[in-house]
Design a binder for this molecule. Structure first.
Ligand code: DC
Length: 219
């Protein structure tokens, strides 16, 4: 079973996917992590963010692992813990632009499909319901007003010790929305058969309950 969840930054999809996957015993795949790991490599290799030749090749030497340590989900890139680094300002500022590169998207999509093979998964991102798994059994699109989404990201950043003003976060979310919605391949959009949930006025547990009900009603 594939539960596909898409939505813009700050829509709540990451947190909801975690709750749902724990509750229902599904594997949780946060696909933004793959693009964030590529962005880390772009920085480390001093590549231009629009290098359509070298950036897709980075995947040849990339091994991404998700591991739980002391109940905390960690991300390892070639054996190095990058859990915190992939959320830094420098990575967040370039990841959306990097993810526009079509040959990169094709390779990441292949990787995501392989990661889900033979498993029951909750996969969340921008193009899961439309491009990665257009035939997923359950498709959900989470959304929220832009100011609310920026507010959530701002709060998360404070908790993680990332220094960014609210205005900076809002500007980043606006730019990423624009970028993510205007990609040639895998653009963020609502699939015809997706159920849209507006999370603006809802708590995370309300949204998780709603998503759980949708899953049971579709199964
Ligand atoms: O979900 P996130 O904020 O961690 O995602 C980071 C970026 O990765 C996002 O701005 C666009 C890109 N992305 C994508 O293009 N397709 C996906 N399925 C997931 C993320």
């Amino acid at each position: 079973m594939i539960v596909a969840i898409d939505g813009p930054a700050g829509s709540g999809k990451g947190t909801v996917a975690k709750i749902i996957s724990n509750k229902l015993g599904l594997v949780n795949l946060d696909t933004g992590v793959a693009y964030r790991c590529v962005a880390v490599k772009v920085l480390d290799n001093n590549l231009e963010i629009d290098d359509e030749v070298e950036i897709p090749k980075l995947l040849d030497n990339m091994n991404i692992e998700f591991k739980k340590e002391n109940d905390i989900e960690k991300v390892f890139l070639n054996g190095i813990d990058v859990t915190e680094r992939i959320r830094t300002k420098e990575v967040t500022n370039i990841v959306s632009e990097v993810s526009r590169i079509v040959p990169l998207r094709i390779r990441v999509t292949d990787l995501l499909r392989k990661m889900a093979e033979g498993k029951d998964v909750v996969m969340e991102g921008r193009d899961i319901t439309t491009y990665v798994f257009p035939n997923a059994e359950i498709k959900i699109y989470l959304d929220a007003k832009i100011e609310e989404r920026a507010k959530r990201r701002y709060k998360e950043n404070i908790e993680k010790g990332i220094e960014m003003s609210y205005e900076e976060v809002l500007e980043n979310v606006i730019r990423r929305d624009k970028n993510d919605k205007n990609k040639k391949v895998g653009a963020l959009k609502i699939a015809d058969d997706a159920i849209v949930v507006d999370t603006t006025e809802k708590t995370i547990s309300q949204v998780a309950d709603e998503v759980e009900k949708i899953i049971y009603s579709r199964k």
